[in-house]
Ligand binder design. Sequence first.
Ligand code: SER
Length: 317
Amino acid sequence: MGKKLVIGSSGQIGTELILDLVNNFGVNNVIATDIKTTPPDVIKEVTFFTLDVLDADKLFKLVKEHDVDEVYLLAALLSATAEKKVQPAWNLNMNGLFNVLDLAKEGHVKKVFWPSSIAIFGASSPKVMTPQRTITEPSTVYGISKLAGERWCEYYHNNYGVDVRSIRYPGLISYKSEPGGGTTDYAVDIFHQAINKGIYSSFLAQDVRLPMMYMDDAIRATRELMQTDKNNLTIRSSYNVSGMSFTPNEIGVEIQKHLPNFKLDFNPDFRNKIALTWPQSVDDTLAKNDWNWRPKFDLEATSSIMLKELSKQTVIN
Ligand code: SER
């Protein structure tokens, strides 16, 4: 078995994916890389290299020297940040993907995971139970880069036989690692602020419903997709996957069940406009049929875990 290389291992998904890969395949079979020079404490036992995914030579050398056969490319600028850094976001999100797809095309790695997003949909897409295949006219730099990336993944699969697999992640909720730069990040910030300050000012309006997922589900979805027999996969762009859907108001009410004095107010900013173009829920029938996807965490379970775990962190800090 070759090793699994994670690019962007210090990010929200990367940190937790590393922990999961180590649990399932052993610490000696996982390599963490990130543009940041020091890895987070929770993954400090794992072999780590600083890597800018745009440095194709260094990436190639790492893959060859460490006998890598699977790459998980998580380095990206998310939706809110990308609106402020248009060219760097396009450059990282697209050319990072090309560097990895080309390694696979040339036979240096066997399998690639690359995340897409609900951001590939736009204002003209159906909002409820958004189908796998529908109108996709994204209006953000991030969404455009993810949609283009999906097309390239499918192209590399169809034309060069590259085994690339992808999920359109919804907003991801986690406590081990913090998100950064996303429109859905309010659903993580709200738990931190509820515990630390008892009040949260949401940058999305109270009734803006978005698809979300607890991180354990997202990581399990990733592992299950990567382990599925390739003959079962009918989508080589990116799969819709569903976890839960809620509004800022609904998550506030759920938090108040645990913290009755918690106060929530609303100050929508540019991220609200982005959120209004995204689905409220997605239809993930193909993920269910092709690789048996089933989410486990709803809003109630997610809120209980988040509040419990973040309270412990607050005590420790
Ligand atoms: N969570 C991401 C964002 O808000 C969506 O993929 O940018």
